[in-house]
Design a protein around this ligand. Structure first.
Ligand code: GLN
Length: 479
């Protein structure tokens, strides 16, 4: 693992804005991306990145102020990068070069960031260990036999290994926060509807959200400022005035922020944790209390159904979204096909990996006539109850604290033969996708084997500033 102390996004942006050439840090990041030994990086964009860096220098020289001037960025392989291969790490999209740019990427570029590389991920973002990618698994930055989490495992590992100070991930049930927790970096899922998903390859459209991954809360805040905003190309993008200036807020936040704040915790989560993980969480809660916060028990009575209904709603939406990959419109087409139906059937059978096929079959089943009411409709009702639980809980507290993952990084292959155990990796993160609230994982310490642990924080919709401020306090008190 690269332990070189590479500069933060904030430091790079400030020095490029002050006149240092963007090419210096961009070239250094390109070199690190090319030297990646974790399989976190699947494509390095040297030519376009160096061209973009020169263009940043010209924009600065012309008097522009760019909040992310020259900051090298790694993106997840499910975000359409115009004219660059983008495959969601699936064989079915081999060779696909989007003719347009995802809005979130365009906003990063407008702010001065430079895309240096594309990160590995679980195929179509389905997984919790980055073992379902057509490009092979990603290694954990601290232990090559372990997984980095998923599905944004490459994005998390790239940041944790200091290839770039920030990366982008996507989160449908925990895919930003769980790998951030396992790799020891920050990963944030903003409020549903705050970051455009135009150009994000859809998995579960009512759940998917793009968000920043970084080594510090300050850098995540800087990135968030440029990511949010209304986009008419995404019908779920919310038109409102977006609060920015989060990076400046975080720079000023200290522990006095906690005075008079109520932090809720979900009591039954303790039963789901090992003694070591429980003690860690209790230790952080105690330190927050010592610093002035009031810790209050809250209940999310229906949260225990979150994982079950996620695998109904998420797979239902996935089966519908992935029907567009038919061997005709994009990517892989079977060479053995003889007629239209065999083009569809064979291309999909050859193009999708086993986990994606499992989700499509599950999703098709729960949406099919005769089963729709029993599964999908019922799941949507339970989802409503979970949303109401959140509304009630937030009447009693300003944030909810817990752990992002029930365990630290597990061994490669440990859960691949047992999808149900794998699905339980996200028990603490899924409810936030179902309700749409903003949430993040912030590193809070290590277990006895030296593997990172992440604290999970959630706040009410649109309270990103509070979320980042609480997380900054965890950064300040952590071991
Ligand atoms: N691990 C979860 C799944 O496999 C979450 C994935 C995600 O958030 N994209 O569905």
């Amino acid at each position: 693992m690269n332990t070189v102390n590479t500069p933060s996004a904030q430091t790079i942006a400030a020095s490029v804005q002050a006149g240092q050439s963007a090419t210096i840090e961009v070239s250094a990041a390109l070199d690190r991306a090319e030297a990646d030994t974790l399989n976190a990086i699947i494509r390095v964009h040297r030519t376009s990145a160096l061209k973009a860096a020169a263009a940043i220098d010209a924009r600065i020289a012309a008097g522009e102020t760019l909040p992310m001037a020259g900051v090298p960025l790694v993106i997840k392989d499910n975000m359409c990068f115009e004219n660059h291969e983008t495959t969601a790490c699936s064989k079915i999209l081999t060779g696909f070069k989007p003719p347009y740019m995802a809005t979130a990427l365009q906003q990063m570029l407008d702010a001065g960031a430079v895309i240096v590389a594309t990160a590995n991920m679980d195929e179509f973002a389905m997984g919790s260990s980055n073992e379902t990618s057509v490009y092979g698994p990603v290694s954990h930055p601290l232990d090559a036999d372990r997984i980095p989490g998923g599905s944004s495992g490459g994005s998390a590992a790239a940041v944790a290994a200091r290839i770039t100070p920030i990366s982008l991930g996507s989160d449908t049930g925990g895919s930003i926060r769980q790998p951030a927790s396992l790799c020891g970096c920050v990963g944030m899922k903003p409020t549903y509807g705050s970051v455009s998903r135009y150009g994000l390859m859809a998995f579960g459209s009512s759940l998917d959200q793009i968000g920043p991954m970084a080594n510090t809360i300050a850098d995540a805040a800087l990135c968030l400022d440029s990511l949010v905003g209304h986009d008419k190309n995404d019908s779920t993008s919310v038109e409102r005035s977006y609060e920015t200036g989060h990076a400046a807020t975080i720079a000023k936040t200290d522990l006095s922020y906690l005075a008079g704040k109520r932090i809720g915790y979900i009591e039954h989560h303790s039963e789901l944790l090992s003694e070591e993980m429980r003690n860690h969480l209790d230790g952080i809660k105690q330190k927050l209390a010592d610093a002035g916060a009031e810790l209050v028990p809250v209940s999310l009575a229906h949260e225990k159904y979150a994982t079950a209904i996620y695998y109904i709603i998420g797979t239902g939406e996935a089966s519908s979204n992935l029907s567009r990959y038919d061997g005709v419109h994009y990517g892989h087409r079977s060479e053995d096909a003889t007629d239209l139906n065999s083009v569809y059937n064979k291309s999909r059978a050859e193009g999708f990996g086993p986990e994606v096929q499992r989700r499509i079959m599950l999703g098709t089943y729960v949406l099919s006539a005769g089963y729709f009411d029993a599964y999908y409709k019922k799941a949507m009702r339970v989802r409503r109850l979970i949303c109401e639980d959140y509304d009630k809980a937030f009447q009693n507290c300003d944030a909810i604290i817990g752990l992002a993952s029930p365990t630290t990084a597990f061994k490669r292959g440990e859960k691949t033969d047992d999808p149900l155990t794998m699905y339980l990796s996200d028990i603490f993160t899924i409810a936030a996708n179902l309700s749409g609230v903003p949430c993040l994982s912030v590193p809070s310490g290590k277990d006895k084997s030296g593997l990172p642990i992440g604290i999970h924080l959630q706040t009410p919709h649109w309270k990103e500033k509070d979320l980042l401020s609480f997380a900054r306090c965890v950064e300040l008190i952590r071991e």
